[in-house]
Design a protein around this ligand. Structure first.
Ligand SMILES: [Zn+2]
Length: 332
């Protein structure tokens, strides 16, 4: 099956080991008018991204999905340039960020706008069908971001817009959540006619509540264990233990592994301590530090490889994941 990448359509057979939530660049709106923040040239940003991607290639990866929202610095031309220099598959999305940290333009525009969901959906459908910006590169998926309250007026409009665009184009949905309310979000999406297996409930590893994780995978969605290495938010050991519990319960086909790294943060929004933590946050963290924890718990390398290779391919191929035998107790 063909899917869209920053280098044009590619075969899902060529995805290989894929990280499903990493960012080349991202900046919260307003960074561009912070005249005191250090500024990298475009060439320097590209070089920094190429360096990070070469590290991933050396580590056996060949693809990533960058689910940067349209209003947080999404830059398809930059993805294309980095893809051309490295041969790495870079997939991107269409979608607006959530109410609290997204664009005030959209917050104002959608307020009291009766056909808001249809309006936003038409933009997503146009981007998925005709491409984005001057290069007309096409997104591979729809980004849907919700805050701590996935039932706010603004979030409800974004949820319906993503559902309409998914139904019209068949593109799958990747979500940002605050590790709460994922089951509510999933119920809303399926209520709008989106098949559960076309949805990733992102950042779910920010919760240590195993019943919460179960409610998402039992609902048929993919679950994002996609912030490994952000240890200030949740220790790796807890994320690994919760992941292991899902593998043991037979949900291996529904887990998406990633880190939510930002190779180049635009502007300088974070405190020096947080900024330096984010700078050293590596997309190789799972392979280097979490896979060994899983192997120690009896998960085979083949099962770990399958999480990184087969789950992303299945998601993009629109295949329904099967609940399998436990992969957690096989000898290493
Ligand atoms: Zn992210």
């Amino acid at each position: 099956m063909k899917i869209n990448s920053a280098a044009g359509p590619i075969s899902t057979d060529d995805l290989g080991a894929t990280l499903m939530h990493e960012h080349l660049v991202a900046g919260f709106l307003g960074w561009e008018v912070d005249t005191q923040a250090p500024r990298l040239s475009r060439e320097a940003v590209i070089e920094a991204c190429v360096e990070r991607i070469e590290e991933l290639q050396a580590g056996g990866f060949s693809s990533l999905l960058d689910p940067c929202p349209n209003d947080l610095g999404r830059d398809p031309e930059l993805y294309a340039e980095v893809a051309a220099r490295t041969g790495f598959n870079i997939l991107f999305t269409t979608g607006l960020y959530h109410e609290r940290a997204g664009s005030p333009y959209w917050r104002v525009k959608l307020q009291g706008f009766r056909k808001a969901a249809e309006y936003v959906a038409a933009m997503y459908v146009d981007e998925l069908t005709n491409g984005v910006g001057p290069s007309k590169l096409k997104p591979a998926a729809i980004k849907l971001a919700v805050g701590a309250d996935p039932d706010s007026e603004y979030e409800n409009k974004l949820i319906e817009a993503a559902a309409i665009a998914c139904r019209e184009t068949g593109a799958p949905i990747i979500t940002h959540t605050e590790a709460i309310g994922g089951e509510v979000l999933l119920a809303k999406l399926t209520g709008f006619g989106v098949p559960a297996h076309k949805v990733i409930i992102g950042h779910s590893c920010g919760s240590r509540d195993k019943a919460y994780h179960r409610s998402i995978v039992e609902g048929g969605a993919y679950i994002g264990f996609d912030r490994f290495g952000l240890t200030g938010l949740m220790p790796d050991e807890v994320r690994a233990e919760c992941l292991h519990a899902l593998l043991e319960a037979g949900f291996a086909q529904q887990v998406m592994i990633s880190h939510d790294c930002v190779f180049c943060n635009l502007g300088a929004m974070y405190s020096p301590g947080l900024a330096s933590m984010l700078k050293t946050h590596s997309s190789m963290h799972f392979s280097r530090h979490v896979a060994p924890i899983l192997r120690e718990r009896g998960v085979s390398q083949a099962a770990i490889d399958s999480l990184l290779r087969d789950n992303p391919r299945r998601y993009f191929c629109d295949e329904v994941p099967a609940r399998g035998k436990s992969v957690a107790a096989q000898p290493a």
